[in-house]
Ligand binder design. Sequence first.
Ligand SMILES: NC(=O)c1ccc[n+]([C@@H]2O[C@H](COP(=O)([O-])OP(=O)(O)OC[C@H]3O[C@@H](n4cnc5c(N)ncnc54)[C@H](O)[C@@H]3O)[C@@H](O)[C@H]2O)c1
Ligand SMILES: N[C@H](CO)Cc1c[nH]c[nH+]1
Ligand SMILES: [Zn+2]
Length: 427
Amino acid sequence: MKIFNNPSRESWNEIVKRPQLALDFLDSGVRNIINRVKVSGDRALRELTLQFDKAEIKSIEVDASELNNATRSLPAALKQAIEVAADNIRKFHATQKRQDVQVETMPGVVCWRKAVPINRIGIYIPGGSAPLFSTVLMLGIPAKLAGCSEIILCTPPDKEGNINPAILFAAQLVGVTKIFRVGGAQAIAAMAYGTESIPNVYKIFGPGNQYVTKAKQLVTEDGLAIDMPAGPSEVLVFADETANPSFIAADLLSQAEHGEDSQVVLVLSNEIILSAIQKEIDKQLNDLPRKAIAEKSLFNSRVAIFNDSTSAIEFINAYAPEHLIVMVKDADSIIDKVINAGSVFIGNYSPEAVGDYASGTNHTLPTNGFAKAYAGVSLDSFLKYITYQKISEEGIKNIGPIVEQMAEAEELLGHKKAITVRLQTLN
Ligand SMILES: NC(=O)c1ccc[n+]([C@@H]2O[C@H](COP(=O)([O-])OP(=O)(O)OC[C@H]3O[C@@H](n4cnc5c(N)ncnc54)[C@H](O)[C@@H]3O)[C@@H](O)[C@H]2O)c1
Ligand SMILES: N[C@H](CO)Cc1c[nH]c[nH+]1
Ligand SMILES: [Zn+2]
């Protein structure tokens, strides 16, 4: 990890940059994949799956017998853990339901808004380097709570063409409608434009690697809605000398193991525990099966040391981390000053891993600085709102002259007329 001691503000832009694939290549490569799916549908999906996932797939859709086998083959303890996590996620997201409220803005002018679920949605479940069945819960549960009637799931197959049984179990648990063994940019294109097997959807959800994230961004050019750009996972740990170096090292490594393009950042308020943290990282790395991935990710990662907490917090807001873990002595007083972050973990016993799986909050979160303007997935992400107004005769008498004035000033006399013809009938 590269160390920056009290970095000047001019250097922050450089420090907050995330590692990225060459942009030109990414853009043209992903556009090419999307076009192939648009033109050749299922045939392109089979070819691209062979090319990128090394799997020869016979049926694109997962059938009922595979689903049953998955439930039978999964250890009972894992099924139970998934069910507990699902309950917590359901509890947290259920509180996000809102009442539709009617308001009379003027006498006789009544307005209200109604939440309507997005009918058919697509969820992408990453599976390239790890089968993220927890993401099925994070997307499927709020989709069901919102009332989405069709949930289409795409995830890459392994080399034998199979989907991890835990993904299939979680999909059944939350009530996914159809499951397809397709991953990467080709899965996003299939859900955006439809193929012979995969129905097109109205909004695409889910995290993924840089190909998946780029594809999501590109299909928005054709009017598709997406949740947000949720790319390679990242964490920023803010700590002082009261924190436990072993906890910090474990939290950094827990996200470094996601992928070599994941970035982890450590912000310290002094150097007191820095060398203890570095020793812990080296020690814990050796026990990590995904050591090689984590090492590459650490190579792109940073330590920033700030002597004053105001600069530290300003830096955190400039970085806008997907996950922020605060392990400083006055953590509770600091968190209100954080305005840019996807999800915040407060104190020594709140590792990001609990939010990744089971605390109840959503782990589909904005990365790459997008937390400055985007929020993570919530119940709202699966709803759209229709507004209504109903105006009585008394109401049009009250509001009509105001609209006439404004329409005339905008030189839109047709608008004015739509009021005048009504007012004339009431005089
Ligand atoms: N931001 C979030 O909320 C969040 C949540 C969970 C996971 N993640 C991130 O999701 C990512 C998952 O990535 P992953 O790779 O393991 O799985 P993935 O499913 O996102 O990607 C795998 C697919 O990438 C495609 N691919 C691989 N190499 C390619 C190439 N050279 N050209 C074109 N396509 C190619 C293949 O089609 C493959 O099926 C990780 O980076 C993780 O950090 C983010
Ligand atoms: N840290 C990932 C992005 O928020 C989510 C995840 C799933 N499984 C493990 N971690
Ligand atoms: Zn994680």
